[in-house]
Design a protein around this ligand. Sequence first.
Ligand SMILES: C[S@@+](CC[C@H](N)C(=O)[O-])C[C@H]1O[C@@H](n2cnc3c(N)ncnc32)[C@H](O)[C@@H]1O
Length: 173
Amino acid sequence: MFYFFLSLGLIVILFLLYNIVVYYFTRVPHIKSKDSRLEKVFANLDIKKTDNIYELGCGTAEFLFRAEKYQPAKLVGYELSPIICWYAQFKAIRKKSKAKIKGKDFFKVDLSDADVLYLFLVDKVVQSAWQKISLEAKPGTLVIVLNDKIHGVQPEKVFEFPGSGAKISFYRV
Ligand SMILES: C[S@@+](CC[C@H](N)C(=O)[O-])C[C@H]1O[C@@H](n2cnc3c(N)ncnc32)[C@H](O)[C@@H]1O
């Protein structure tokens, strides 16, 4: 029993250390979008079968897996944390999903064919991502941001979650 708890403790400590190392590179902690937030997004989202959908910093890619129900043309997620990325890839295989989960830095990929982008990051990274998106994505591309706002840009829609401080903002390039 002692060795069981010792091993468990070691695994927890190693995982915490792993997350600290990943955070050093990404500056974004891994926190999953709550189901209630995603439900609100999808209740207000009109996905077409021709849409290319990206989740930037996809974590376990819940946004993509939910979006798949609408049979969009393409579903792509980028995730820099290797363990989380492998887990999302494993989930995609298990769900027989066509979502492509890639262990790449989304700042280094081409987003010019995107129709919908989902971001749950931190303020500084959202502003840098917007610099890239606004230069690269097509006019009309929908950018959905959980919690943060894009400074100096008027959102098309904002949904607030009273009492939690959370909000979802829809922007257009
Ligand atoms: C707050 S989590 C959100 C996860 C998921 N999108 C969700 O909403 O449940 C942000 C994720 O973005 C990843 N990330 C941060 N910067 C990244 C980058 N430049 N390229 C790829 N992934 C990144 C982090 O590793 C982290 O897992």
